[in-house]
Write a protein of this length. Structure first.
Length: 342
């Protein structure tokens, strides 16, 4: 896909090659579905993948079912000025895609493509469509028009409305193998001179998603995770109360925090069930996990895990939650969990 002479370069990552070849074959055989949902965990490069597909579909002189990067259509796309390409995404992070945004593309889809080729709509956040926006989209998905394509991006574990999902073909971008992900990440972070052990740890924190690992490395995420562990340990030892910690937590980004907590509880369950540390993913906190396992009841762990998963789903569904109350409730459950085995 990459070519130094191209007007633009859209990278297909090593772990995406199988899916890219699959789509290439569909394009060559003229059987690409008009509506495609590209899914996978955050940090796998789905948006770049979908933009590369959009560029290919709009290209007037495809080379081996890839965008040439040189024709007029490719130059317009590279300049973010292609009249037959529409991008829908939330106006702000955490907001929904609204019905007026969907209606804004209806006229463009009802007319002839200005460049005489395909028309492509990319929806960056299939689960961000609110109910009215999804309903407005359904008619377009059912009657897309000739040479029109809808490419929807879905971030796990968010949920796409069944009515939308049922009208699209699904294509999941899978995680790279551990060795593939590690090799790619080491190349990208070579200037930072991280050890292999630190790079592997970073990749584990990102659930095996290399781009997420880079984001974690360049942000304060690791410091936030460390502070979480310090405060959970303080509750375990009776040095802080759940209310004190909740006063700090509710001002922090809860989505990654609850995600990490869920991972730790899953590790805790493995440890309680098997007693074998080889099944634990977060080996850097093994001492904390062993201390909690020794003084907790398995049913209490499952109850907290269920509550955490529920609250994370509520946040992803944009329910109007009181973050402080959520933190207080979860931390109270943690307080009683670490004393439930006594």
């Amino acid at each position: 896909m990459t070519n130094p002479d191209n007007a633009f370069s859209l990278e297909i990552f090593p772990w995406q090659q199988n899916q890219w070849q699959q789509l290439n074959q569909m394009i060559q055989q003229q059987r690409l579905p008009h509506a495609l949902i590209v899914g996978g965990v955050p940090g796998l490069g789905k948006f770049t993948f979908v933009k590369a597909l959009a560029a290919t579909l709009l290209c007037q002189q495809q080379v081996n079912s890839n965008a040439c990067g040189q024709c007029k259509s490719c130059r317009l796309f590279a300049a973010n000025n292609h009249p037959d390409y529409k991008l829908l995404q939330p106006a702000e992070v955490g907001k929904a895609i609204l019905v007026d945004q969907v209606r804004s593309i209806q006229h463009a889809l009802a007319t002839t493509a200005q460049q005489g080729g395909a028309r492509v709509v990319v929806i960056n956040g299939a689960s961000d469509l609110n109910l009215n926006a999804a309903n407005a989209l359904l008619k377009q998905l059912e009657e897309p028009g000739d040479n029109s394509y809808f490419l929807l991006i879905h971030q796990w574990p968010k949920v796409v409305l069944p009515t939308v999902r049922s009208r699209c073909q699904l294509l999941d971008i899978t995680n790279p193998t551990p060795s593939q992900g590690l090799s790619w990440l080491q190349q990208k972070l070579a200037a930072d001179k991280l050890s292999t052990q630190d790079t592997e740890h970073l990749l584990r924190l990102a659930n095996g998603a290399p781009l997420k690992a880079i984001e974690l490395h360049t942000s304060n995420a690791q410091a936030l995770r460390h502070q979480m562990l310090v405060e959970l340990t303080a509750i375990l030892r009776g040095k802080k109360s759940p209310l004190e910690v909740a006063q700090i937590w509710y001002k922090q980004p809860l989505v990654p925090m609850l995600g990490w907590w869920i991972e730790w509880l899953n590790d805790l369950i493995k440890l309680k069930m098997t007693g074998d540390t080889h099944h634990v993913s977060n080996l850097d906190i093994i001492k904390l996990l062993q201390a909690v396992a020794a003084r907790s009841d398995i049913l209490a762990i499952y109850r907290l895990l269920e509550k955490l998963t529920e609250q994370l789903n509520f946040i992803n569904q944009r329910r109007n939650l009181n973050a402080q109350l959520v933190c207080e409730e979860l931390l109270h459950q943690w307080y009683f969990l670490v004393r439930s085995g006594n």
